[in-house]
Design a protein around this ligand. Structure first.
Ligand SMILES: [Zn+2]
Length: 66
């Protein structure tokens, strides 16, 4: 699986159906550790969603058990 850096916005993603590049996602939704992208191909009207997962920000301090 490919790793995706934080802040990376995919552009020119090829359509999963016809292979034509799609300039920008039509819609994005950011979560705590992931971002969902909705791609809409204007050539063949195909829509598909891609999700990028991010690593959880790590802290130097370990959580302390009470
Ligand atoms: Zn297409």
């Amino acid at each position: 699986m490919a790793r995706v850096d934080v802040g990376y916005l995919p552009q020119g993603n090829p359509c999963a159906q016809c292979g034509k590049p799609i300039a920008t996602p039509e819609w994005t939704e950011s979560g705590p550790q992931r971002t969902s992208y909705l791609w809409h191909c204007l050539a063949c009207d195909y829509q598909f969603e891609a999700v990028a997962f991010f690593d959880e920000p790590t802290s130097d301090s370990e959580p302390l058990a009470a």
